[in-house]
Design a protein around this ligand. Structure first.
Ligand code: GSH
Length: 207
């Protein structure tokens, strides 16, 4: 059975869980917990699987390990049944890829950089290098990302067009993390809020 190394509740592993929920495929994989706050992701045994020392990571039956949410969900989307989340046509695939990259750069990675650098993050044992000014800059990037995605959702029902895709899942996980961090999401972003409410109502998406 496919194995997913994760720490439940953290935003990147959540992207994989949400993709599996949308595909109704959560029971087709085995989850293995890696205790990130306790530093298990830095153990030699886990680093041998994912040298980046980050979760999630997907292990196939033949021992191949795939890291990075985009790669993991690309694999799961093709290997498992359920609705296609990474696009069918060349154009759909490219647009989803582009929007997912923007969702990472402008929201999720920016918010996690703020968390790791400008707050206590995961604590002194894990946060070996912090740069508060960089963290604050990334907070501003994330807040501007909210403005950007509100504008996108003013034009299309979903982040990458007419159907829910991995780009929506990445924005959704980022928004949830941004709210956990207590960063402000302006009421003016009504398209973003309406989309978020609709996505949260999908089976498997409520927290
Ligand atoms: N780009 C990676 C990001 C993975 C990532 O940063 N995961 C976090 C948990 S949400 C992690 O393992 N952090 C470990 C650390 O900060 O030391 C992906 O898409 O999977």
């Amino acid at each position: 059975m496919l194995k997913i190394y994760e720490f439940q509740g953290f935003p990147n592993p959540e992207r994989v869980r949400l993709a599996l929920a949308e595909k109704r495929a959560l029971d087709l994989v085995t989850f293995v917990s890696v205790n990130v706050p306790a530093g298990e992701h830095r153990d030699a045994a886990f680093l041998a699987k994912n040298p980046s020392g980050a979760v999630p990571a997907l292990e196939l039956d033949d021992g191949t390990v795939i890291a990075e949410c985009t790669a993991i969900t690309e694999y799961l989307d093709h290997a498992l049944p359920g609705p296609r989340l990474t696009g069918e046509t060349a154009k759909e695939r490219a647009i989803i890829h582009m929007m997912q990259r923007r969702a990472e750069q402008r929201l999720l990675d920016a918010a996690t950089s703020y968390f790791h650098h400008a707050t206590a993050g995961l604590g002194p044992a894990i946060e070996r290098y912090q740069n508060a000014a960089w963290g604050e800059h990334q907070k501003a990037v994330a807040l501007d990302g909210l403005r950007y995605f509100n504008g996108v959702l003013a034009e299309t029902p979903f982040v990458a067009g007419g159907a829910l895709s991995m780009a929506d899942i990445t924005v959704f996980a980022a928004l949830r993390f941004i709210s956990v961090l207590g960063l402000p999401v302006s009421d003016d972003y009504r398209h973003l809020h309406a989309w978020n409410k609709a996505v949260a109502a999908r089976p498997g998406f409520s927290s």
